[in-house]
Ligand binder design. Structure first.
Ligand code: ARG
Length: 466
């Protein structure tokens, strides 16, 4: 009987591991998060070994029972984690031997920690993806609800953060919806890459036992076994792809967060965030800070860093497994946690954003946002666009010197710039008239937004059914 904490590989070694090395190479502090997946994989591996006659039914049953006990101990917090046993896999296996005796030593037949850890990670990530996608859907629904409610709310649209043309707030919400839609499509593609079974690859070469890899894959709901055993144990593309999905998601979330921060400022005043989602200042009594969107914006840093960490980790590694790969976990776990947290908090915040319609309209009336509409009006009256642009430029300069908005100029004043201008010009000079006229597919007109809201709801339904 081996002493507690004895390494399974001790046979080949003439001295025990240096304490420093033990501490340096242990991963159990963070990879114990994989215990459920590890046990799930072990249960199927044991049943497969029984199917091919390596275990008899009684041995298999003993192993399954002992695995259940291990799971219960970990759930209850009574499991004796031991960092000298390096990682979650060896901790569980060692406890299994304690509980089940010699039969516990049979479980690792035709298996290596190399295919085991790859399988655990894939199971973990698949579950994470299946939790993240519905949260993204909730976030999208909040956007579509706001879009419906504010389909006719006029606000300034910006380019270069300068007032460009009037748009509707509903239209802006649907732009956010599209970003997240693409993220969900990326996540669904990523899931396909995750959902393959490395088990049976063993250390790197495959196995001399007639392992039933299809059975294992099927029982763990993987789409298929990985096709090449060397690749199966060394590949972490699936984790990189997830981090790439997360990085792109966070470019979107940080843009959304940034707009919330800007809009909630006194200078914009477009929205008000609920008090319970904000914090105050310890010194300035008047402050109400948008910490939640700021933190979401800030969290993009660690998410991008994880993608870079994984790319760097995998670059230049010779096949097959290398211990470097142990470094994949913290980056991946942190990314999953950050995505879950940020999407959850944004999805809870968004339905409670109060929209200040008057302030948005007032802002849309500033900055001569309907100048392009006036040029388009002249083009309808057969003036070439370049000439119209020039004429309207002069009208805008005139309005600026008089400190008036375009729709505040008199008809005669306008006609002095072009005889083509008639009383109907005022229909296009107001921001409301301007947005109404942008009724092209995907445009900002309230009628168009209302239609796009319907489409968005159908797309959400169809996406779920996929
Ligand atoms: N803790 C290791 C990891 O996370 C498990 C695989 C170890 N394999 C090995 N051959 N040392 O990658």
């Amino acid at each position: 009987m081996k002493e507690k904490g004895t390494k399974p590989w001790a046979g080949r070694f003439s001295e025990t591991t240096d304490a420093l090395v033990e501490q340096f190479s242990a991963s159990v502090g963070f990879d114990k998060r994989l215990y459920k997946q590890d046990i799930q994989g072990s249960r199927v591996h044991a049943r497969m070994l029984a199917r091919i006659g390596i275990l008899d039914d009684r041995e298999c049953e003993q192993l399954l029972q002992a695995l259940d006990t291990v799971a219960a101990e970990i759930d209850a917090g009574s499991f004796p984690w031991d960092s000298s046993l390096e990682d979650v896999h060896m901790n569980i296996e060692s406890r299994l031997v304690e509980l089940a005796g010699d039969v516990g030593k049979r479980l690792h037949t035709g298996r290596s920690r190399n295919d085991q850890v790859a399988a655990d990670l894939r199971l973990y990530l698949r579950e994470a993806i299946d939790r993240i996608d519905p949260l993204l859907e909730t976030l999208q629904r909040a956007m579509v609800d706001l879009a419906e409610q504010e389909s006719g709310t006029v606000m300034p649209g910006f380019t270069h953060l300068q007032v460009a043309q009037a748009v509707t707030f509903g239209h802006h919400m649907l732009a956010w919806f599209e970003m997240i839609f693409r993220d969900r499509e990326r996540l669904a593609r990523c899931r396909k890459g995750v959902n393959l079974s490395p088990l049976g690859a063993a250390a790197l070469a495959g196995s001399s036992f007639a392992l039933d890899r299809e059975f294992v894959a099927r029982e763990l709901q993987f789409a298929a076994p990985c096709d090449n055993s060397l690749d199966a144990v060394s590949d972490r593309d699936f984790a990189i792809e997830f981090c790439a999905f997360a990085a792109i998601l966070f470019t979107h979330l940080s843009r959304i967060a940034e707009e919330l921060v800007l809009w909630a400022s006194a200078q914009f005043g477009f929205i008000e965030l609920p008090d319970r989602f904000c914090t105050g200042s310890s010194m300035m009594p008047q402050k109400k800070n948008p910490d939640v969107p700021e933190l979401v914006r800030g969290k993009s840093g660690r998410v991008f860093a994880s993608l870079l960490a994984l790319l760097t980790l995998m670059k230049g590694q010779p096949l097959a497994y290398n211990k470097d790969n142990q470094e994949d976990k913290e980056a991946l776990f942190d990314t999953v946690d950050t995505v879950l947290d940020c999407v959850t908090v944004l999805a809870s915040l968004l339905p409670h954003v109060r929209v200040n319609r008057e302030q948005m309209l007032a802002a849309a009336q500033q900055g001569h946002a309907t100048a392009t509409d006036l040029a388009d009006y002249l083009v309808q009256k057969k003036l070439p666009f370049r000439a119209a642009h020039e004429t309207v430029g002069r009208i805008v300069r005139h309005a600026i010197t008089r400190n008036r908005r375009l729709e505040q100029l008199d008809l005669q004043e306008l006609q002095a710039f072009s005889p083509l201008i008639e009383p109907d010009v005022f229909d296009v000079l107001s921001p409301e008239g301007s947005v109404r006229s942008k009724n092209t597919y995907g445009g900002t007109a309230p009628a168009q937004v209302a239609m796009q809201v319907e489409q968005a709801r159908l797309r959400l339904k169809a996406f779920k059914a996929d």
